[in-house]
Design a protein around this ligand. Structure first.
Ligand code: B1M
Length: 211
């Protein structure tokens, strides 16, 4: 019988093949994709986020768990799409102009996907006008920006200003990255700030009234 708790546990342990096997088993037994996602994959990823936030596990473990999550999602995604499963919200996320660091950004992407967000990963060196274009094209509720360099932090303000100038005042912005602080986020007019990838999910949910 499908064991979603085992699926969550195997995901937490980063066991890619086990996650694939248990996901497929649950699908074959007729468990709904939404149930597999919520009570298996997301549940496992939530534990990853919690332990990571508490410094009980570190980046490598998160990356391995996220890889296992992707393996399960690969099987579920087409079924979720076919079933018309709605993600909880959409976020366009990227590392800002001039900045090539993407390890932290990728962790945020994985945590967000793990929490049920539809994530448009915009990659690195994303210019303000590209964020504006993405906001128009994808119509996300959130724009997420990552910066690792003190010299690229101002690109976050430029992006926020560009979104406002384009009349995109409904879309919320969330910023993060090692040199960032809540104070800086407030100064540049970001809607939210998160110090790590797991908190980014909490902040995003709070900003959207989903927490
Ligand atoms: Co660079 N680098 N780097 N680097 N690099 C730093 C950031 C630096 C602190 C090293 C140092 O001098 N001690 C320094 C920045 C100094 C500063 O500005 N204050 C620096 C520098 C100077 C540079 C170059 C300029 C070096 C040079 O060429 N002279 C150059 C810049 C290139 C560019 O971007 N234009 C450069 C290049 C590189 C590499 C390409 C070699 C490589 C990046 C590879 C890659 O990302 N694919 C690299 C790396 C790996 C680092 C260090 C060693 C590690 C960064 C990292 O990945 N951390 C870093 C020193 C260090 O931190 N020890 C350093 C792990 C990651 C999980 O953490 O990204 O902070 P982090 O993400 C966290 C949180 O910040 C948060 O969640 C994540 C997980 O909890 N978070 C968000 C991140 N984004 C978020 C978004 C959110 C919310 C939370 O909401 C949207």
């Amino acid at each position: 019988m499908a064991d979603l708790q085992a699926l969550a546990d195997q995901l937490f342990a980063g066991k890619q093949e086990e996650v694939k096997k248990l996901t497929q088993q649950a699908i074959d037994e007729g468990v709904s994709p939404k149930e597999i996602l919520t009570n298996g994959l997301i549940k496992g990823m939530e534990k990853v986020g919690m332990k990571f936030k508490n410094n009980e596990i570190y980046v490598p473990e998160v990356l391995i768990a996220a890889r296992a999550m992707k393996a399960g999602m690969g099987l579920l995604k087409p079924l979720l799409a076919a079933a018309g499963h709605e993600p909880i919200a959409k976020i366009c996320l990227g590392t800002v102009r001039g900045d090539l660091h993407d390890i932290g950004k990728n962790l945020v992407v994985m945590m967000m996907e793990g929490a049920g967000f539809d994530v448009v990963d915009m990659g690195i060196d994303v210019k303000p006008e590209q964020f504006v274009e993405a906001a128009k094209t994808h119509n996300p509720q959130l724009i997420g920006m990552s910066a690792l360099l003190t010299t690229t932090m101002p690109a976050m303000k430029d992006t926020i200003d560009s979104l406002k100038a384009a009349g995109l005042t409904n879309v919320k912005t969330i910023v993060g990255g090692a040199p960032l602080t809540q104070k800086y986020a407030d100064e540049i007019g970001a809607s939210g700030y998160a110090p790590d990838a797991a908190s980014a999910v909490d902040t995003a949910k709070q900003l959207l009234g989903l927490a």
